[in-house]
Design a protein around this ligand. Sequence first.
Ligand code: APR
Length: 392
Amino acid sequence: SATDVVILGAGPAGLVLGNLLQNSGIDCVVLERAERAHIQTRARAGFLAANTVRILERHGLAEGLHRSGRVHSTCEFRTADGRFRLDYGGLGRGERHTVYPQQQLVTDLLTRFLASGGRVDFATEAVAVLDTDTDRPSVTVREADGHPGRWAARYVAGCDGRHGAARRSLPAGSVRRHHCDHGVTWLGLLAEAPPSLDAVGYAVHERGFAGHMARTSEITRYYVQCERGTPADAWSEERIWDELDLRMRGTEYGPLHRGRVVERAVVDLESDVLEPLRHGSLFLAGDAAGLVSPCAAKGANLAVLEAEILAGALVDDLVHGDSEGLDAYSARCLAYIWRAQEFSHWMIRLLHGPSGSDGTSSFHNSLRRSRLTSLRTSRSHQDWFAEHYVGV
Ligand code: APR
């Protein structure tokens, strides 16, 4: 089969791109390894930046999030020195988040794409992207029935995440991977419990970090820092809640609303960036382009932004014969990606200290305390924080 653009992956990046190309009359297909029901129910991120909402509005894709997303603009830090809140909606550029679970956004994007005549091949795994240094690349696939298949195209958009076929198909030495292991591990939890505070909660505790993020009125996401190598099922639910309560300082600020832990996963905080985001006729977007640690909720927001930039550039090229946008794609996106990486790295260092009792760790932990004091007391620090926390 042949088309203009083959899109690998039906996540936020692939589906925003698909919708925008479809709206401009460009022929494309989305190849997705998972079943439809899986991508529509997979719980992932949930904080949409103001710019992400503007992008989705611009292309008529924001109906669902306006209907059931909730505006959010407060975070609370809890430390040994007390707690403080930042109402970031009134700081920096005055922007807010919209809390809207990613699987709902994916469902909206998919529904719209299919309704406008788009084609998604589910349960179809891209195996390799070939001939990317020509203007006739192709993608080999394993179809739902197990048979091999092949798609030819003018361009391929790799929106298939960090373990996808796009990354795997880059010829050795063609693209550089900048990588950072932050040396921090989280146990990420989804609890059937209402939120315990009306803010995102960040607890800085000598036993490690704990985080609280509302999802819906019945579901809350929690993170608790643990030792590297801890199996996901190592902690009993009771231990999880006790540890969360301790680090969130429940005795001082009120106990957490407990509930059944319905999902858990261990996450080693890692980041990487590929450079450039293009090899010939293959372009990378979303997690395939770079992985931002979940610390500042940038991943999905970058994915949407990159998809919009790539769509514009592909339309310019395929409809108007102007390839300037495609030539500039990588540099444009990398500027946003590194800004997000820098902020997220700063957040990681703010929220996690080195363990141990030697001079170096106590030095770094005192620096961290001072950094938190700046954030608590200095308006210019708070404005800077707000601008980068919500911005992309
Ligand atoms: N062939 C086809 N599809 C694939 C393949 C493959 N070989 N490998 C992966 N996929 C699919 C996955 O099943 C998934 O649906 O690609 C999709 C990638 O989607 P996401 O992982 O959501 O990535 P992306 O669109 O880049 O969104 C990025 O969302 O929640 C955040 O933290 C997350 O930062 C991430 C962001």
